[in-house]
Design a protein around this ligand. Sequence first.
Ligand SMILES: Cc1cc2nc3c(=O)[nH]c(=O)nc-3n(C[C@H](O)[C@H](O)[C@H](O)COP(=O)(O)OP(=O)(O)OC[C@H]3O[C@@H](n4cnc5c(N)ncnc54)[C@H](O)[C@@H]3O)c2cc1C
Length: 407
Amino acid sequence: MSYDVLIVGGGAAGLAAAARLAGQPVQVLLLERNPRVGKKILSTGNGRCNLSNEQMSADFYGEAAGFVRTLYETVPPENVLAFFHSLGLMTLSEEGRIYPRTMAAASVLDILRQAIDAPNITLLTDTKVSSLRQDRSGMWIAETQERTFHARNVLLAAGGFASPKSGSDGSGAALLRSLSLPLTPPSPALVQMKTRPALPALKGLRTRAALSLFVDGNCVRRETGELLFTDYGISGVCVFQLSGDAAVALSEHHSVSVRIHFLPELEPENVPEWLRSRLAQLDHGPLGTCFTGVFQRVLAEAILKASGLRPDQSMLTAAEQRRLCEHIAAFPLDITGTLGFDHAQVTRGGLKLSAVNPQTMEVRPGLYAAGEVLDCDGPCGGYNLHFAFASGIAAADAIAGSAPVLP
Ligand SMILES: Cc1cc2nc3c(=O)[nH]c(=O)nc-3n(C[C@H](O)[C@H](O)[C@H](O)COP(=O)(O)OP(=O)(O)OC[C@H]3O[C@@H](n4cnc5c(N)ncnc54)[C@H](O)[C@@H]3O)c2cc1C
């Protein structure tokens, strides 16, 4: 049997596309390599699935903004939410982040699984597509180890490289490469960073901070949020947001560093004045007590040590005060790498967007791609799932509008 649509990958994008096509006059075959669909969805948002954001805008997608703008004009953000609501999912917003009202990722997956339980959708699990080609008549042929499938349209929604244990191990990119399509090399994003020095004494310490990312000495991005120290480096949402840029710069052999502002409620230029009045207020007592009530003790000790100062010191020269201010407002750490795809939430890189129609997700006649297989990634906050859903829906709508109905 040949199908109108073959969807490769039952993740966020593939499930959204299949759910959109459910009940429409097209025969859909959804192939998923895992024993069950949507494994990754279950681990998103710490098991709560942050599926979108009230502030959804193309501006959050870096170099992909132009592409995403057209996509989000075609499938506006409110339509993605309306789509989920129409399937029966109730949502709520927490500080702008949109979650299922159950606060359980399983609800999002269950609603999608329920939606694809339709007569025109055939789901085959434990089925990994290993090759994809088009015959002379324009029919697409997908092969697994044991079987061959034919379809007029293929939607490649096999994800990227991040979190390979969930099924997305880069096989989508391999299928695209076999079709000679242009790919940006993949690197991990939304991931922890390794630093030099690693400051293992601070392991487990969480603090609010502003991080500036420097590439070859130039500040390229700044993020404020919770910072977490680990035995190898730094983690936390603000680190995740910077990690994609850092990984790409490192892969291109640039020097990468961060400067940490540990008192982000103060502008850096106001830190010297703050320090002077703090020292005066404490009557120039030993430095070891100066930051009590400001920083956790181990952090204060690390700042003093990095500034070349001793906790029992009290009088500071102007140069020492300057050094101390620098380490409060711009603590320097070299970035030596990021953790790998096993730890990353998303992939930076993938199918070049110049090869994709942003209204339809069409790559070649009858070939569509959606979700993380594309060279598009957003920050934490629901932007990646939203992109996967919106692009899956756009592809489904384009296919439904163009696919001739089989007799
Ligand atoms: C721990 C974690 C937490 C996250 N939290 C959030 C969050 O809260 N909010 C947010 O917006 N984003 C989050 N993300 C990112 C988000 O989950 C992804 O961007 C999104 O799932 C991408 O959707 P996708 O459909 O493109 O790919 P995936 O969801 O990865 O789905 C791809 C599917 O294709 C299957 N597949 C792969 N190759 C083949 C093949 N050859 N044949 C058949 N099937 C194949 C895979 O098994 C998989 O099921 C998180 C990611 C991780 C890892």
